[in-house]
Design a protein around this ligand. Sequence first.
Ligand SMILES: [Zn+2]
Ligand SMILES: [Zn+2]
Length: 255
Amino acid sequence: MKIKVLGCSGAESPGSGTSSFLLDDRILFDAGSLTNILDKKKQLKVECIFITHAHLDHVTGIPYLAENIVFGSTRRKVDIIGTPHVMKMIKRHLLNGSVWPDFTVIPDAHHGILKLIELKPGQSMKVNDYTITPYEVNHTVPAVGYLVEDQKERRFFYTGDTGPSDGTWKKMGDKRLQCLIIEVSFPNRMEEFAIKTGHLTPLLIKKELSKMKLVPERIYITHMKPQFLRPIKTEIRKLGIKNLRLLRDGETIEV
Ligand SMILES: [Zn+2]
Ligand SMILES: [Zn+2]
């Protein structure tokens, strides 16, 4: 499994893009940075997008991708997959015909560029050689992370935005993760604020890891707010946890 980091920042600024992770050129997890990173040819390779939650920094690339496809030479369909709540939010607030055209019925009702597919937490979906399952996490709005397993039982889990989430790890049980991509948005001094807004700090991530039956082989941190990058980096290093580090935009992880 090859995961390309299109964006791993908790806010957008020159040089730092919002959450998007591309698996094997075809499966996208969240659509923060998308059309501003991938060229047209690579955009057309995207077959489906799994969305963790409906916050703008995780869905903003969807409308632009749809427009590029409709005016592209090879027109194709992209599946947008998420929980029933997230699909409702995207339909109601993003592709609503007011904020942006409804590309689920363009060019016509039977051949929409985008297809919204509901996937309930705990329900698995097969995509190519992968089994992908959403697990609920604790955020200010309904949100999930995605567990991805290949046929050789190699696994990674991408949390999306999450605060402390006891239930998530319990439900995943004793599945050993080769890779965990988990968020840290704020430094330790902002713990109260982080909990209130459904996010983690370096100390909170340590607590989350202690709740897991098996510690993941490698842990990558995403969604850092750029203005706090320096203290987060220092505090992550101080945790002294092996194989844990911050992600960088543009890098590729092999699982
Ligand atoms: Zn969020
Ligand atoms: Zn976010």
